[in-house]
Design a protein around this ligand. Sequence first.
Ligand code: SAM
Length: 250
Amino acid sequence: MSLSFRDQSEVAATTYAPAARPPRPGRFPVPHYLNKYYWWAYVHPLAVRFWERQWLINLVLLGNYKKLDAAALEALGDHLPGKTLQVSACYGSLSTDMAQRIQKSGGTLDVIDILPVQLENLRSKLWPGAPVRMQEMDSEHLEYADNSFDRVVLFFLMHEQPDGVRDNSLREALRVLKPGGKILMVDYGQSSKWHPLRYLLLPFLRFLEPFAVKLWYNEMTEVMPQAMAGRTWKKTSYFGGMYQRLVSAK
Ligand SMILES: C[S@@+](CC[C@H](N)C(=O)[O-])C[C@H]1O[C@@H](n2cnc3c(N)ncnc32)[C@H](O)[C@@H]1O
C-alpha cells in the first residue's frame, strides 16, 4: 500500500486527533511488549504529552541526546536525496532534524509507527509542506517493496523489542533497503565494566526496559539474526559504551 503525499496529508488531517483526546484505535492491536512494559512511555496519551520534552528525553539519555542526534545525522550525511525510512517515531528532534536536511536535498522521509498517537505527535512537530509521510505500520511487517529505500534509520527501537520481534524488524529494515543503501541504528550498547552507571542503572533498566538489558551484555551483532551479524557493521561507542551507533551498507 502506498499513499501519495496529498493522500497522506488528507489522512492525517482527517484522522489524527489532538493528543489530549483518547487515541483512536489503530490499524493494529498494541503489541504485548508495548502494553506490558511501555504503556507509560508510548501508549498512554498522557505519556506522550508528558515525555515529548527535549530536556526530559535528554535526561533519560543521561545528557546525551544532542550527541546521539548529531551522531545519527553525521552518519547519514548532509545530502539526503531519494527515500529515507525511519522505523518508528521517537520523542525529541531527530525526525524534524532529518526532515530539514531531506527537504533541502529534495528527498522524502517515511516514518512508520504502530501507534497512531505517536504519528500524531510527530505530525504536531512538523511544518506545513514537510516532505514527511507517516503511516501506521508494524516494523515486523513493513508494507514496502524490497529494495525501495536509500537509507533506513532505527533510533532506539532495538532495545525495546523482544528477541523474535527485534529479529523480524531488522530483517524487514534490510529487505526494504536498496542495494548500496545505508542502514543506521542508534541504541543502547555494551557499557564498559568500569562504567559506574552500569551498576546504578541496571536494576532500574531491568524493571523498566527489560529487553534493553540484552544490549548491555552483548554486542548487537550477537543478538542479530546470524545472516545479518555476518555483514560489516561500523560501530561507534558513546558515553563509555552505554550508547552505540551502527552503520552498514547493503
Ligand atoms: C523508537 S522507540 C524509542 C525511542 C526513544 N526512546 C525516544 O523516544 O527517543 C519508540 C517507538 O517505537 C514504536 N514501536 C514499538 N514497536 C513497534 C513496532 N512493532 N512497529 C512499529 N513501531 C513500533 C513505539 O510505538 C514508539 O513510538
